[in-house]
Ligand binder design. Structure first.
Ligand code: KG4
Ligand code: ZN
Length: 336
């Protein structure tokens, strides 16, 4: 089964061809980082316009050497994300679906992130899934690809957003996650004591709060000279607090639900401290699967992979398919 995936929900224009839900034949990702850098963050209008000029060349490159007649479906991320940006991918996918007479499969971008580790690993259910990105921080209990419920999520900022805001405070620029990751290598993670997030009580055992952490960084740095060592120390301290918080809540969920398989995806899954903690956890009896580095950030391979699963389950879109901007809080299925 051959599926073309299309992704344009934020600041990456991407297209990919995936066979049978795991064999990535072509993956093309055009990033807009340079365009947004001078603004220290993503400017939605600039994002939409750039998607518009890049979407056809990116799809062309992914389709090179492939006859559209051999496609089984076209999968496209239709939300959550920036509405103007999503519209570019969705409109293009609709046009191709009509021109090539291929079914359209709308894909949830967050579900697509969670699929990324499945592109390279054979992962058994049930598992605890964590999506940690710039827009979302969500823990799922996954019983199958179609049966999943939200166990907890952030009550304010997403973890990636906290990385981006903290980088701004420290003068490290955009995108903040990779910059903090890099600066942390020469910093002391115990240099600053930072808040621990919500106490592990009731539903807060699985909930995140990141705005307090970012504010604490801001207070600590006020009137302080940002020497390279201070920046590195704060970057390392923040990174440790932010990532430790992810693991603490995920492990609460894993223990309470008695599930020993954990899947971690999203842009923040590229973080080197997160990956080393995941490796340590693997050695202590958990099966941990992190998204491959090239599929942590936004990409269309994960959309095509997730689209394959959805297509097989009968999901179909069409001219009526709309974009949506926020994660719908749907509880899909229960544990039997
Ligand atoms: O998944 P993604 O590409 O887009 C969204 O769906 O939001 O995630 C982007 C986020 C940004 O906040 C970025 O700073 C963060 O992922 N990120 C990282 C790292 N690489 C990207 N955060 C921490 N460490 C990294 N190495
Ligand atoms: Zn994303």
């Amino acid at each position: 089964m051959l599926v073309l995936g299309i992704e344009s929900s934020c600041d990456e224009t991407s297209a990919a061809l995936v066979k049978d839900g795991h064999e990535v034949i072509n993956s093309v990702v055009h990033t807009q980082i340079e365009l947004h850098r001078e603004f220290n963050g993503v400017v939605p209008e600039i994002a939409s316009r750039d998607h518009l000029s890049k979407i056809i060349p990116v799809i062309d490159e992914a389709m090179q050497g492939t006859d559209p007649a051999t496609l089984d479906a076209i999968a496209v991320a239709n939300g959550p994300g920036l509405v103007g940006a999503l519209l570019v991918g969705l409109s293009t996918a609709k046009a191709l679906s009509m021109a090539w007479k291929k079914p359209l499969v709308p894909v949830n971008h967050v579900e697509a992130h969670l699929y990324a580790p499945h592109l390279v690993h054979d992962i058994g259910f049930p598992y605890i899934g964590l999506v940690a990105s710039g827009g979302h921080t969500v823990i799922f209990e996954c019983l199958s690809h179609s049966q999943r419920r939200v166990v907890g999520s952030t009550i304010d900022d997403a973890v990636g957003e906290a990385f981006d805001k903290t980088a701004k405070i420290l003068g490290l620029g955009y995108p903040g996650g990779p910059a903090i990751d890099k600066a942390s290598f020469s910093g002391n993670p115990s240099a600053f004591e930072l808040p621990l997030g919500l106490a592990d009580k009731g539903q807060d055992r699985y909930r995140f709060s990141y705005s307090g952490l970012k504010t604490a960084v801001s207070y600590r740095m006020k009137d302080r000279e940002l020497t390279p060592q201070t920046v590195a120390d704060m970057a390392a301290s923040f990174q440790k607090s932010a990532i430790d918080l992810l693991f603490r809540k995920v492990l609460n969920a894993a223990r309470d639900l008695e599930i020993r398989t954990i899947v971690i995806a999203g842009g923040v899954a590229a973080n080197s401290y997160l990956r080393s903690r995941a490796a340590l956890l693997s050695a202590s009896g958990y099966s941990i699967y992190t998204a491959p580095l090239e599929y942590c950030g936004d990409n269309a391979a994960m959309v095509a992979g997730r689209g394959t699963v959805d297509f097989k389950a009968g999901v179909r879109g069409g001219a009526h398919t709309e974009v949506f901007s926020r994660l719908p809080f749907i509880i899909k299925g229960k544990r039997s």
